[in-house]
Design a protein around this ligand. Structure first.
Ligand code: GLY
Length: 406
């Protein structure tokens, strides 16, 4: 694909999607804010002797609270890789070697995941956000092996009859079959990476099969998504689409659609197959068309209590990060539309309404984790912070790239 050519052809003059111009958003200031909050969190995690338990990962801060609720890194705790990932992003931004050492220490708490059988599909979230970023920034060969071993472990959940990875082995009985959740798309990046970095080339075939089957069955004709697709374990036939974390089986759960947008952007990057580029625009456009004015979605687009329903800042951060990348693959007009949409999302997230600021050490407020389970509603959640910082770094790089070719 002519990514570089298209990137070079981006125009800075027209603003199609929104009234916020790029010049108004100060990405450096937003990244400085993230760095401050990272230091606040590290201070909070240190005991009175300055000692940190590197196994305890910040997970959330409920609306009424001001300090992180941490959970011990474990195979069941799918969010354990985001905090090490944030530390790697902070190191990437600041180039502070102390931050690198801290990132290494938290990251090493996840090594066990490469040595135990896969508990579920979340291995990509867990190991690629932590070790993946660590390897990208340090080329540490030990990290490479850990990622390769984890990718092999994730591949054990692939069912060739179905053509997708089983997301939740523990829930096969509950759903009545092989379940694949939309979030699973995010784990494909690690498989693509492993296939290209001395792992088994079959890992990329698994990722492509998963992406294709998901594209065929897990989206409705209007390009909104089911959170869960259930398939017959033996025949591979699609049984039904339903929800687990969304409002209803037929609704568009905001973070599910966000994972789809992010996931197919990655699949296009890794395959350069135009089918995915075409598809990701369709699932993006239905998401963008139905956003509220500030571009931060309600937790589910079909909750009947909107506008009283809670927002999901995490979905906005995930989509902002995806759109900054996606904008670099598209012709000028569409590219600018998506880039401006991403900037509008980041502008809202960086405003007083969504920023934790002095109130809490997290970056963002107002994410919704699992509303049907009454869990993490209107809270700070670690993955919102992770994708917010990732989006900011991507925007910084895009701006620098444009300046360099001006
Ligand atoms: N299970 C991942 C999510 O809540 O988005």
């Amino acid at each position: 694909m002519r990514m570089k050519v298209l990137l070079f052809s981006l125009s800075l003059c027209t603003c199609i999607a929104c009234s916020v111009s790029k010049e108004e958003f100060n990405v450096g200031r937003a990244l400085d804010y993230c760095d401050e909050q990272v230091h606040r969190t590290l201070e909070e995690l240190s005991n009175e002797n300055g000692i940190i338990d590197y196994r305890m990962m910040p997970r959330n801060i409920m609306d009424s609270l001001g300090t992180w609720h941490c959970r011990k890194a474990s195979k069941e705790e799918w969010c354990s890789g985001f905090w090490p990932g944030i530390l790697w992003y902070d190191y990437e931004y600041t180039e502070d070697n102390t931050m690198k050492e801290t990132a290494e220490k938290f990251t090493s708490s996840l090594k066990f995941l490469s040595e135990t059988p896969a508990f579920d599909h979340d291995l990509g979230f867990l190991v690629f956000c932590s070790y993946g970023n660590g390897y990208r920034l340090t080329s540490n060969p030990a990290y490479k092996q850990i990622i390769l071993d984890t990718a092999d472990s994730l591949a054990t959940l692939f069912n060739p009859r179905v053509g997708t990875i089983l997301s939740w082995p523990r829930n096969v009985g509950m759903f009545g079959g092989h379940n694949t959740i939309m979030d699973n798309l995010i784990n494909l990046e690690m498989l693509f990476w492993a296939a290209k970095n001395d792992g088994n080339p079959y890992l990329a075939d698994i990722a492509i099969s998963h992406a294709d089957k998901t594209m065929k069955y897990q989206f409705r004709p209007d390009y909104t998504s089911y959170h869960v697709a259930v398939y017959d374990t033996l025949t591979g036939d699609f049984i039904r689409g339903c929800t687990h974390q969304g409002y209803s089986d037929d609704s568009m759960w905001a973070r599910g659609q966000a994972w789809g947008i992010y996931g197919y952007t990655t699949v296009f990057r890794e395959t350069k197959n135009m089918r995915y580029l075409d598809f990701v625009q369709k699932i993006t456009d239905v998401y963008l068309k139905n956003l509220p004015e500030d571009y931060v979605p309600y937790w589910d687009f079909n909750d009947v209590s909107i506008p009283e329903a809670p927002r999901d800042a995490s979905a906005a951060a995930i989509v902002a990060s995806a759109l900054i990348e996606l904008s670099t693959y598209l012709p000028a007009e569409k590219s600018l539309e998506y880039e401006n949409a991403a900037i509008k999302m980041l502008t809202s997230l960086s405003s007083e309404k969504y920023k934790s600021g002095k109130r809490k050490p997290s970056f963002l407020l107002h994410s919704t984790g699992h509303k049907p389970a009454k869990s993490e509603i209107d809270a700070s959640i670690i993955y919102a912070d992770y994708y917010y910082m990732e989006a900011l770094l991507r925007l910084k790089k895009l701006n620098e790239h444009k300046k360099s070719i001006d």
